[in-house]
Design a protein around this ligand. Structure first.
Ligand code: MRU
Length: 361
């Protein structure tokens, strides 16, 4: 998608230098900077520091991490240890584990190291291409939802939470793909962007990417959606997910649950847009999902521009106060209208989710 009218992906393999390139998301929206990942250590650092973030992008970055590790080590027995290091970067987004396991299955093959190395790079590239395809499919299916409301109302006000846009994926995004498709069809849409404290992915990333694509949007404080819903100013909610348990419950950025509760109260459709590799096919209950707890400094400190246009960080809490910062929450399936997947729109229940395994696309 576009940044300053130039088309980008969030991650790519630079064939000329044989290295991985990413957009550093910690600098957005103030500074656009491309960072090179030379080796596994850089990959781990980029995920830990959230230079890359968002479930699908974390998965793709991890895949390149395995490729770089193998290229540098050429030692099957050490790769498992390195893979564990990547898996330990972020606990909640399932795409990370999915991608690492997919890469490890290639290493297990009895092939010459040079072939394994090539296959690993091909697989990491394929994970990116497939992700784009999945997001496009989500966009096509999700467009139908927007079109239907548009037919009734003539304008659709969509609420989204966190960044589940193209910056969380490789291109297009999950929750935003239907929005971009609606824009292409000239539908009258407006997006309410939850700021998404503490890291402000909504304000810093979603609004930034929508601005770059010329999509009308307004940032709201995370607590504002209730009154907007009450006043009829939100027609539809679309969020992404870091993991959907195969029983239908949704794990997503902290604050999603409260939005879903409010939407239920006002009968506003609440959709979750996901690629099928965000489904956790193994975990039976959300109580077994590890919810990432992030440093309290994310709450205590705020980053912004000073009057000299320098990026600075300031404290906003009393210095003796303690903060608690869980990064994700669980939205029970009963609050979710439907899941928009790359294989179609389904109800969030075990039967329909398991049936996706048999759907080709
Ligand atoms: O902590 P982050 O920024 O990696 O959060 C993940 C997310 O971007 C969201 O929870 C998102 O809505 C799902 S990923 C498409």
């Amino acid at each position: 998608m576009l940044i300053n009218n130039k088309s980008y992906r969030t991650i790519w393999f630079d064939e000329k230098i044989h290295k991985v390139k990413i957009i550093d998301q910690t600098q957005l929206p103030f500074c656009f900077s491309i960072v090179t990942l030379n080796n596994l250590k850089d990959v781990i650092n980029a995920i830990n520091k959230m230079q890359v973030r968002g479930a699908p992008l974390i998965g793709a970055t991890a895949a390149y991490g395995i490729y770089l590790a193998y290229r540098d080590l050429k030692d099957k027995s050490r790769i498992q240890k390195e893979a564990n290091k990547i898996k330990n970067t972020r606990p909640t987004a399932i795409n990370l584990f999915w991608a690492v396991d997919k890469m490890l299955s290639i290493i297990k093959e009895s092939l010459p190291p040079s072939i394994i190395e090539k296959n690993l790079l091909d697989q990491a590239n394929k994970i990116c291409e497939k992700d784009i395809e999945r997001c496009i499919n989500i966009g096509e299916y999700g467009l139908r939802v927007i079109e239907q409301i548009h037919q009734e109302k003539g304008k659709v006000n969509i609420l989204t939470h966190c960044n589940a846009g193209w910056l969380a994926t490789i291109d297009w995004g999950t929750a935003t793909a239907p929005i971009y498709f609606a824009k292409k069809k000239d539908l009258n849409i407006h997006v309410w962007v939850d700021e998404t404290r503490p890291r402000n992915q909504g304000a810093s990333l979603t609004s930034f990417e929508l601005n770059n694509e010329n999509i009308e949007n307004t940032i709201i404080a995370d607590n504002s959606a209730g009154i907007l819903m009450q006043r009829g100013q939100i027609d539809l909610c679309i969020v992404g997910a870091d993991r959907v348990i195969f029983s239908g419950d949704v794990v997503n950025k902290i604050g999603t649950f409260l939005k879903a509760l409010a939407a239920k109260e006002f009968n506003i459709p609440f959709y979750v847009a996901i690629p099928t590799n965000t489904i956790d096919w193994k975990t039976k209950s959300f109580v077994n999902v590890k919810i990432e707890e992030r440093n309290q400094d994310e709450l205590r400190k705020v980053k912004g521009l000073n009057k000299n246009n320098q990026l600075i960080t300031v404290d906003i809490y009393p210095k003796d106060s303690i903060a608690y910062n869980p990064a994700f929450d669980i939205t029970p399936k009963k609050l979710v209208t439907k899941l928009i997947t790359n294989k179609g729109i389904i109800n969030p229940n075990q039967d329909e989710i398991l049936a996706l395994k048999n759907v080709r696309n």
